[in-house]
Design a protein around this ligand. Structure first.
Ligand code: ITT
Length: 198
């Protein structure tokens, strides 16, 4: 089955991700556009690269080959300026190994704390592969704050706010996050080129 409108006018696509919190964020946003999202754990090789874009494109094709439906994948990373972009595309591994405490330890005594989150979203429908990018600038906090969200959220303060992502509700994070920016671009693209009712 391809993505498309059903009797209720809903457009359906698959999101290949193991991260349920990430799925919830994306689902909320796409609901605004009448797009229904279904989560699938898709196992496969993740290529390694210093850039997120090729990883998302490769993963989107790989996911399509497994689900044979319109599918999205999304890869994010935290890029810290004083650490020359680390952990970047290795964010997942670093989160599991060093963790938040390890990052804060690496940055002990550093006043330059600027960082950004980058979201790289790949879409594939078997004919086209598209890439949508989203970025949010901010800072790494001096300590963990908040227990909402996931991953590096308790140590990332987005610009123009004095709260970490971990202190924001899902709705608040979705107004400004890197992921909301890439996802809204996808939704706008689908709206323009596919039969969306909204
Ligand atoms: P997938 O199955 O979708 O790949 P994942 O959790 O491995 O799920 P990523 O590779 O995109 O997701 O993320 C790399 C790491 O960056 C991940 O382990 C998170 O800890 C962190 N991360 C990603 N997005 C984040 C966000 O919005 N806020 C905080 N941390 C985030």
């Amino acid at each position: 089955m391809r993505g498309g409108g059903d009797m209720q006018g809903l457009y359906k696509i698959v999101f290949a991700t193991c991260n349920k919190k990430k799925f919830e964020e994306v689902k909320e946003i796409l609901q605004e556009y009448n797009i229904e999202l279904e989560r699938r754990d898709v196992k496969g090789l993740e290529i390694q690269s210093d850039e997120l874009a090729p990883i998302a494109l490769f993963s989107a094709i790989q996911a399509y080959n497994q689900v044979k439906r319109e599918v999205i994948v999304e890869d994010s990373g935290l890029f810290i300026k004083s650490l020359k972009g680390f952990p970047g595309t290795y964010s997942s591994f670093v989160y599991r190994t060093l963790g938040l405490k390890g990052i804060l330890k690496l940055m002990e005594g550093l006043e330059e704390r600027s960082a950004y989150f980058l979201s790289s979203l790949g879409f594939c429908d078997g004919k086209e592969v598209k890439l949508f990018l989203g970025k949010v600038e901010g800072w790494v906090s001096y300590s963990e704050r908040g227990d909402r969200g996931f991953g590096f959220d308790p140590i990332f303060i987005p610009e123009k706010l004095d709260k970490t992502f971990g202190e924001l509700s899902l709705e608040e994070k979705n107004k400004i996050s890197h992921r909301s920016r890439s996802v809204r671009q996808l939704a706008e693209w689908l709206k323009k080129y596919r039969q969306l009712t909204k």
